[in-house]
Design a protein around this ligand. Structure first.
Ligand code: TAP
Length: 484
């Protein structure tokens, strides 16, 4: 059955009022910068959306100096309640411009408009509302009686949730009293530019947030800058390792949110209708470009065939196609490079002996697409069971006993998240204690809330984002009593 459809660009794109070219956002203004420009394209059509400035090391210098000035002269002297007012204002402006932000994010990233409209953008607003509430209550965060801001925070984010990752970084940093220089990923800088417009609308004092666009070396210039007090990085484990080496022995504090290879564990007593939806959401939400994606399905042996049959049926009803069409379930892969990585790892899976299933589909001529894929007969030694694919590819392994499920789930260098599907509350609690994962979902998956801390164990990084734990990353705290 053919389930992939690609519609012509719908009208929703017309609500955007984009500029042909975006500069850097430094000291409250868009400036040209001293580097080249690069094109940001729609991954669904490969059409150029806008061109964006590439910050040089000199531009990064200017941005850090602006953030330092804003910290010394304005932000560090402002009361928490006044800082909170700015954050509330930003949250409300995000809500006001939510439709536009959702369309721009889908256009630039390739993710379906239903997700940007219902998940990404509402969560961006929720993050600013949540941390706005903390700005005048820091002494109650359990971080000691008089927690102080660190100073200038350098933040580098990936392309999979461009605006949401920006909110996860900027909201707690500002609430805690820091100023920011942030670098979005090269392929998804567009919504950061719209966010800069929102900062101007909110009258945020100049220099409190600065946005430097460009590729990896721009990020490197930022995180290695001598006048930065804090580095917060979300991205691949390899780049995270490099940054940790560069930051070691300096004044900078560091938090890392890195990769994952989560186990989604389905027991034979699971509420099966919910579990099937949870597996689909776990790995096919956002085309699998999710650090906490449930990319390893661990299914109890006696229900393996039933689960796989039902999954195939469910996937055959999904629509892959135009990200701006609200009937689309699965959008485009973010870049040609990421598509190549997904293809290579999937081919390796097949060559190593796993069984590949892909639903019948028609792939558009233009753009970057990868049909949802399931691999069965996967063993723990296979590359597709070990390496993060970061795409719509599910690797299925089996287990017989809970102990075997735990062993297999923990058999990964990563430790970001995990899922459990069972009717037994006692089993959930026992497993949660034994799973080496920062977040464990039970009978649900991919749920996010600003009040809930998120972060990894092992090679998935360190530090937590979200909740009052997330404030700790941006405060010099004394008398820290670890929040329960
Ligand atoms: P990376 O290649 O690591 O890129 C992340 C960011 O770092 C991008 O802005 C990138 O710039 C920049 N960068 C690249 N080289 C750098 C360097 N030497 N110094 C400083 N910055 C540098 O990862 P990605 O491909 O964008 O994202 C996918 C990875 O991120 C996956 O492994 C995924 O699991 C992880 N991720 C983790 C989380 C959490 S919360 N744990 C969330 C999302 C993604 P350019 O993109 O412009 O090159």
């Amino acid at each position: 059955m053919a389930f992939l459809e690609y519609a012509a660009a719908p009208e929703s794109a017309s609500i955007l009022n984009l500029k042909a070219q975006y500069g850097l956002f430094i000291d409250g203004e868009f400036v040209d910068g001293h580097g080249d420009v690069f094109d940001t394209i729609s991954p669904a059509t490969e059409e150029v959306i806008a061109s964006i400035a590439q910050a040089t090391a000199g531009d990064v210098d200017v941005a850090v100096a602006a953030a330092r000035r804003a910290y010394d002269r304005v932000w560090s002297r402002m009361s928490g309640s006044d800082r909170g007012k700015y954050l509330f204002r930003i949250a409300r402006l995000v809500q006001e411009r939510s439709r536009e932000l959702a369309v721009a994010e889908s256009l630039d990233n390739g993710k379906p408009i239903r997700e940007t409209r219902d998940v990404d953008v509402p969560l961006v607003a929720a993050w600013f509302f949540y941390y706005a509430g903390w700005a005048d209550k820091l002494e109650h965060a359990g971080l000691g009686p008089n927690p102080r801001a660190l100073g200038v925070a350098a933040q580098v984010i990936p392309w999979n949730f461009p605006l949401l990752m920006l909110a996860w970084k900027i909201a707690p940093a500002l609430a805690a009293g820091n100023t920011v220089v942030i670098k979005p990923a090269e392929t998804t800088s567009l919504t950061a530019m719209l966010f800069a417009e929102i900062l101007q609308q909110a009258d945020l004092p100049a220099g409190v947030v600065n946005i430097v666009t460009g590729p990896g070396p721009t990020g490197q210039a930022l995180v290695t800058h001598a006048d930065v007090n804090k580095v917060a990085f979300t991205g691949s484990t390899n780049v995270g390792r490099m940054i940790a080496r560069q930051v070691a022995g300096t004044q900078k504090r560091l938090t890392l949110e890195l990769g994952g290879k989560a186990a989604n564990i389905v027991f034979d007593d699971a509420p099966m209708d919910q579990a099937i939806e949870g597996i689909v959401n776990g790995i096919f939400f956002n085309q699998g470009h999710v650090c906490c994606a449930g990319s390893r399905l661990l299914v109890q042996e006696n229900v393996h065939d039933e689960v796989i049959d039902r999954l195939k049926q469910r996937l055959s009803t999904l629509r892959m196609g135009d990200p701006l069409d609200k009937n689309t379930d699965i959008g485009a892969i973010n870049s040609a490079a990421q598509l190549e990585r997904i293809r290579t790892l999937s081919d390796t899976g097949e060559n190593e002996g796993a069984e590949r299933w892909t639903a019948d589909c028609r792939i558009p001529d233009k753009g970057f697409w990868f049909a949802p894929t399931i691999f069965t007969k996967v063993s723990a030694a296979h590359a597709i069971a070990r390496e993060e694919i970061f795409g719509p590819v599910l690797s299925v392994l089996t287990f017989r006993t809970p102990a075997e499920a735990i062993t297999k789930a923990n058999n990964t260098p990563y430790g970001l998240s995990a899922g459990i599907w069972t009717e037994k509350g006692s089993r959930m609690l026992a497993l949660v204690d034994q799973l080496r994962a920062g977040v464990v979902w039970a009978n649900t998956f991919n749920r996010f809330d600003p009040a809930s801390p998120f972060g990894g164990y092992k090679e998935s990084g360190y530090g937590r984002e979200g909740g009052r734990h997330g404030l700790a990353a941006y405060l010099e705290a004394s008398g820290w009593d670890a929040p329960a």
